[in-house]
Design a protein around this ligand. Structure first.
Ligand SMILES: [Zn+2]
Length: 448
């Protein structure tokens, strides 16, 4: 059996007691965490195990990215200007670029996005719901060795790419769920683009499909004030009120964003146990008003189910959950001028165990405990962000560092990053291919 010992000065378990083992190690056997304990003991008992990390490292669970577009933006990264209206950024740029993607582009884009994600310690990615060729993205996830969920682009309003009648969209989703069953490294989810691009028939049917399959559903809602305005015009009530009346919401739902919620919607989200994936860098990049109208601090304080995401490479940009989680914490502290109720420790929880709980996977991932999947990150601490070394590794990891100190990553017992480099795919070849595709995609979208 394959054995790996992941060694650190601090092993941050994120277990129920939030234990941090000093001079510790994690024993991985095959795809599972077998033991967490003292390095001196485990070194003696398992001399044949491969060792990752050192006496100075920080070892954590793998990070959960609860909202990430794996296709579309990667191949035109940093090409969409930031002096732009968010609707124009999405419908003038991102959607036509997506529409021009071939199946090979989806595979290439997902591969490069996951190289970055894994390099920053993200071991589980919830794809955001805008993939036209999900089987190719699932292939990319498996080849590189990332855990994740995958759905198929679904909308039935308007005539954009992949638009189809509700029944047809649901049939495609059922096929995808059958092809990628729950519990695998890559798990099929029900995904919709969301916003106001779904009929009541589609969103109700999609939610029921996910509930019946025991899997999750995710879609975009209210990152900006446009969704409340359009729901009010169409239905007479705000988005979460309408969706609650349709019976859509619940613990199987991960709403992407939910920035602009009124008091009634906050109560509905809490009552139904609906999760929210917050992507704070995207709101700042797109000027969507999170510091004006965001309710995340209150949702957190009241026990809401929350996770963080990095959204897309032109809105959120860096695929680094630690960076996003620390920003989430900082915004919440500042908006409530309260240094006590949310801290670095909570930020790491959002990136790990709380994030895993919010996407329905806390039984498998999110902490370093015997029997859980072996998704483990080693941070190397020789860099200036770790000098001088604090006795509180979580505070230093969140406020002083981010994904840049990740050195080794294991997913389901497979080493996918070693000494800071992704070792499962040919990164140089993929990067060269991407440069070529960027020119084609920009021209195809009328931007070249
Ligand atoms: Zn998104």
């Amino acid at each position: 059996m394959a054995q790996i010992l992941l060694r650190g000065k601090h092993v941050v378990t994120m277990n129920g007691a939030r234990d941090v083992v000093v001079d510790g190690a994690v024993l991985v056997v095959d795809d599972l965490v077998r033991e967490v304990g003292a390095w001196s003991d485990m070194q003696t008992r398992f001399p044949q195990a491969e060792v990752l990390g050192s006496e100075n490292s920080v070892v954590t669970p793998g990070y959960v990215n609860a909202h990430q577009h794996l296709t579309g933006d990667r191949l035109v990264r940093s090409c969409i200007p930031d002096a732009i209206d968010s609707q124009d950024a999405i419908f003038g740029w991102a959607v036509p670029v997506h529409g021009a993607h071939t199946a090979d582009d989806d595979h290439l884009s997902a591969t490069l996005s996951l190289v970055e994600a894994l390099g920053n310690g993200i071991t589980c990615t919830v794809e955001a719901g805008t993939v036209a060729h999900p089987d190719r993205v699932a292939d990319a996830m498996r080849e590189i060795g990332s855990r994740g969920t995958i759905g198929r682009w679904g909308w039935d309003v308007g005539d954009g790419p992949q638009a189809a009648p509700a029944a047809e969209v649901l049939d495609r989703m059922q096929e995808l769920l059958d092809a990628h069953p729950r519990g695998g490294l890559v798990e099929g989810w029900v995904t919709l683009v969301g916003h106001d691009l779904m009929s009541d028939e589609l969103v109700a049917g999609a939610s029921a499909l996910a509930r019946d399959a025991g899997t999750g559903i995710t879609f975009h809602l209210s990152p900006h004030t446009g969704d409340p305005a359009s729901y009010l015009a169409r239905t007479g009530v705000r988005p979460a009120v309408h969706l609650d009346r349709l019976g859509v919401l619940g613990r199987h739902v991960v709403l992407a964003h939910g920035v602009h919620l009124d008091d009634d919607e906050v109560e509905i989200v809490l009552r139904t146990g609906t999760s929210i994936a917050a992507c704070p860098w995207a709101y700042l990049r797109l000027a969507q008003g999170v510091t004006v109208g965001g309710r995340y601090a209150e949702l957190f304080r009241r026990g809401g189910r929350l996770a963080v995401g990095c959204d897309s490479e032109n809105a959120g940009d860096a695929i680094d959950v630690l960076r996003a989680a620390t920003l989430f914490v900082g915004l919440a502290r500042d908006m409530e001028t309260d240094p006590f109720s949310i801290t670095a420790q909570h930020g790491l929880e959002l990136a790990t165990i709380r994030g895993a709980e919010a996407i329905g996977m806390a039984d498998r991932i999110g902490s370093l405990e015997p029997g859980k999947q072996a998704d483990v990150v080693v941070h190397e601490t020789s860099g200036p962000q770790w000098t001088t070394r604090s006795p509180d590794p979580v505070l230093q990891l969140m406020w002083a560092s981010d994904g840049r100190s990740v050195s080794d990553v294991v997913v389901a017992g497979r080493v996918v990053v070693r000494d800071g480099q992704c070792v499962t795919v040919d990164v140089a070849a993929a990067s060269a291919a991407a440069a070529e595709r960027q020119r084609f995609l920009l021209r195809a979208a009328g931007k070249g």
